[in-house]
Design a protein around this ligand. Structure first.
Ligand SMILES: [Zn+2]
Length: 560
C-alpha cells in the first residue's frame, strides 16, 4: 500500500527532487538516538534473539544505511555527538576529542566542562558545571529552534553529560544527564540552560530509581549456555568489577555498591548496568509526556544518547556475554520507547534515526589469540624517543610538551629560543615518528593547514584537525594498533576495548531511519554520520547548520 502511494506520487508530480518527506506535513517530533559505542555489526550479530519491536522493527519498517561511517579521528564520544548534530567534522566544530591540551592554560581540558556554570538539580554542592560553549558550530537542533522563532522544543538527555549537551547545541531548552557525583543518581542540568530543574524532573528524581535499580542483580536474560555469539562468560579478556574475582554473571549490584559507598562512587555502577539504559528510557518517556513534545504545530526534537553500552564495552569488550546480554536488553528498552512514541505522538507522526558516535575494536588480546595482528601504540615512549631525537638534532632542551591521544604538542618556547621555525620542527618530528614501529601516518600541523587531502587516512586526520586545539603533529597507527590508557601494557593483557582510530572497527556504525518521510529500504553506499543533520534540514525545510559538510541522504529525495 505504502509503496503504491509513492509510485503514484512520483508518476503524477513534475518536480525534480520531490522530497518524500515534503509530500505531507512535517513530523511532529524528531527523535535522535545515539548508542554510545555501537558497531554496525551488532545489528546482525545478536539479531536472531532481538524481539520484533526494537532493532528488528527499525530494520523492517525503516531505511538502513548499512555502510555509515565516522569520517575523522578520533572516533570518540564528544566529537561523535558534535559531528552528528552539526553535520560537520571536528575541523569545523572544534570538538577534537573528549579532551585536548589547551595551549593557553597549559592543561588538558574536557569537552563540555565549564567552571562558569553550575549544576542544577543535584543534591550537594558541585562546582563542575557544563555547557556546549566549546563547540563552535551550530547544530540541526539550533536550526530548528531558529526556524520556529525559538518556539520548537529541544530536549536532550543522556547518561553522560557530553551525550546530552552537544546534541542540544546552543539553544536547547534542556540537557539532562545522570549525576553520580553529587546526588544519588539524579538527572541534572546546568545553569547554562536553567536556574533550576522543572518539577517533573524533581518528581522523577524523588522516585530514587537509581537506588532501586542498583539493588537489583544482573542475570542473563536467557540460559547462559545459549550465548553462542560470544566467548565463554569466564575469560581473560574482561575486567572484573566490584571486587568480584571473575568477570562472570551474576552481577549482584546490591553487594557491589557497598564497596563503593565510602568512596561516593556507588551510583556510577549504574553506568555499567543494563538498568542504566532502562532508567534513561523511562526518563525520555517522562520528558516526552511532561514537556508535551510533538503535541502542537511546531516540530520538536528529542535527543536520547545511551551511554551504558560504551562503559560495558570498555570493561568487558565486544566478545563478552555481558555485551550480548546488554544489547538484548537495550533492544527491549527501544521497543518500550518506540511504543511510547506510537502512543503519545502517533505512528507515522515522528521521524526517528538511530546511529552511534563510534564503534570499537574487538578485544585485541582475543584477536591476537585468534591469529589477528594487534599492537599497542607506545605514545609516551614515542614522545620520549622524539625528545631524544630533537635533542640530538638541535640542542638539549625540552621539545615535547605533551601527548594526548593522536595529538603531540611541541614546546613553542624551546623552538623560539633555538631560532627555529615551528613548521620545520613539526616536519622533522613527523618524519621521525613515521620511522617508529606501528606508527602509520604522522602529519605536521603545517601540512594539515596548507595541503588539501582528498581521501584516505590523511583526509580522516584532516577532518579531525582544528588548529587552535589540535597538536603540532597528528600521529596514527597501523590497523589493529590501539591507544591504551596504560601505554606500557602488553597486548596479551588488554581487557575490554578502546576506540578512537580511523579504521572501520571504530568508524563503521549503524544508521537507520524510521517514521514520517522515511521510505522502507536499505543502501550500501558509503555515507557518513555528518550526513544526518543536512538530511534533517531537508526533511524539515530548515536552513542548514552553519558549517555543514555532510550531504543529504539522497535515498529520501527521489528525482522524478
Ligand atoms: Zn568510549
Amino acid at each position: 500500500m505504502r509503496k503504491l502511494f509513492y509510485i503514484l506520487l512520483f508518476s503524477v508530480t513534475g518536480f525534480t527532487f520531490k522530497s518524500i518527506a515534503q509530500t505531507d506535513t512535517k513530523p511532529k517530533l524528531v527523535v535522535g538516538i545515539v548508542v554510545d559505542q555501537m558497531r554496525a555489526d551488532y545489528l546482525y550479530k545478536y539479531q536472531s534473539r532481538y524481539g520484533e519491536d526494537g532493532f528488528k522493527r527499525l530494520l523492517r519498517e525503516g531505511f538502513n544505511f548499512k555502510n555509515a561511517n565516522v569520517n575523522y579521528i578520533p572516533s570518540e564520544t564528544a566529537p561523535g555527538h558534535a559531528s552528528i548534530y552539526t553535520g560537520t567534522t571536528p575541523a569545523y566544530h572544534g570538538i577534537i576529542g573528549n579532551s585536548w591540551y589547551d595551549r593557553e592554560t597549559k592543561s588538558i581540558i574536557e569537552n563540555v566542562s565549564d567552571t562558569d556554570e553550575q549544576l542544577v538539580g543535584s543534591v550537594t554542592e558541585n562546582p563542575y558545571g557544563a555547557s556546549s560553549k566549546k563547540m563552535i558550530s551550530s547544530t540541526i537542533t539550533d536550526a530548528l529552534k531558529e526556524a520556529s522563532n525559538f518556539k520548537a522544543k529541544v530536549i536532550s538527555i543522556s547518561i553522560k553529560d557530553r551525550g546530552a549537551i552537544l546534541p542540544g547545541g546552543k539553544t536547547a531548552d534542556a540537557a539532562y544527564w545522570h549525576d553520580w557525583e553529587s546526588s544519588p543518581g539524579y538527572f541534572v542540568s546546568s545553569t547554562y540552560y536553567m536556574k533550576k530543574v522543572p518539577n517533573w524532573v524533581k518528581k522523577f528524581n524523588r522516585k530514587e530509581k537509581s537506588d532501586t535499580y542498583l539493588n537489583e542483580t544482573w542475570n542473563t536474560l536467557y540460559p547462559i549456555d545459549t550465548y553462542i555469539a560470544s566467548a565463554p562468560d569466564d575469560n581473560p579478556f574482561e575486567h572484573s568489577i566490584g571486587g568480584k574475582t571473575s568477570p562472570t554473571f551474576p552481577y549482584n549490584f546490591k553487594a557491589m555498591r557497598e564497596k563503593y559507598k565510602a568512596k561516593g562512587t556507588e551510583f556510577q555502577l549504574l553506568w555499567i548496568s543494563p538498568k542504566g539504559n532502562t532508567l534513561l528510557t523511562e526518563f525520555a518517556i517522562t520528558a516526552l509526556r511532561e514537556e508535551k513534545l510533538g503535541m502542537d504545530d511546531e516540530t520538536d526534537f528529542l535527543n536520547i544518547s545511551y551511554s551504558v553500552p560504551d562503559v560495558v564495552g570498555h570493561t568487558f569488550g565486544p566478545q563478552s556475554v555481558e555485551m550480548e546480554d546488554l544489547y538484548l536488553r537495550l533492544d527491549k528498552d527501544l521497543a518500550v520507547l518506540f511504543n511510547a512514541l506510537d502512543t503519545n505522538i502517533g505512528k507515522g507522526n515522528y521521524t526517528l534515526f538511530l546511529t552511534a558516535d563510534h564503534g570499537a575494536i574487538q578485544n585485541v588480546s582475543f584477536l591476537k589469540e585468534n591469529g589477528v595482528h594487534t599492537a599497542i601504540a607506545r605514545t609516551t615512549g614515542d614522545a620520549r624517543r622524539l625528545e631524544a631525537f630533537l635533542d640530538d638534532t638541535y640542542a638539549d632542551a625540552s621539545w615535547v610538551t605533551t601527548v594526548n591521544g593522536n595529538n603531540l604538542y611541541l614546546n613553542k618556547t624551546t623552538i623560539d629560543q633555538n631560532n627555529l621555525t615551528m613548521s620545520v620542527v613539526q616536519k622533522e618530528a613527523a618524519n621521525f615518528l613515521m620511522t617508529l614501529p606501528e606508527v602509520s601516518v604522522a602529519l605536521s600541523a603545517d601540512d594539515l593547514k596548507t595541503k588539501v587531502y582528498e581521501d584516505g587516512m590523511r583526509k580522516t586526520i584532516q577532518n579531525g584537525y582544528y588548529a587552535k586545539r589540535s597538536g603540532d603533529v597528528i600521529v596514527t597507527y597501523t590497523p589493529g594498533t590501539i591507544i591504551h590508557p596504560n601505554p606500557n601494557i602488553t597486548v596479551e593483557r588488554v581487557k575490554g576495548t578502546v576506540h578512537g582510530s580511523g579504521y572501520s572497527y571504530d568508524t563503521h556504525v549503524p544508521l537507520i531511519w524510521m517514521g514520517k518521510g522515511i521510505p522502507i529500504g536499505e543502501a550500501v553506499r558509503k555515507v557518513h554520520t555528518i550526513d544526518i543533520a543536512p538530511t534533517l534540514a531537508m526533511i524539515l525545510n530548515l536552513q542548514m547548520p552553519g558549517s555543514v559538510q555532510g550531504a543529504p541522504l539522497k535515498e529520501f529525495f527521489r528525482e522524478n
